[in-house]
Design a protein around this ligand. Sequence first.
Ligand SMILES: [Fe+2]
Length: 93
Amino acid sequence: MDYSEKGNVSGKTLDMDRARQSLIEELQAIMWYDERADATTDEDLRSVLKHNRDDEKEHASLLLEWLRRQDPKIDEKLKAILFADKKFDELWD
Ligand SMILES: [Fe+2]
């Protein structure tokens, strides 16, 4: 968010921004743990990194669920797409 506009933005929009930014950071953490787990030659460290990475997946999922509960369009899209038994090119309108 461009925080020069913060004075004109509702509290709900600011909270949505906080959640979206946090989701981005959780996904980045997953990526970095994957890269480090791939790179290390120490099996114990690889195990710790993979465990931590999977904790980040829970964090990301919680943020996505919070966003879904706040935004009816996200709720609609997730219900239509997640766990659907369709080909990918059948998932969008
Ligand atoms: Fe996290």
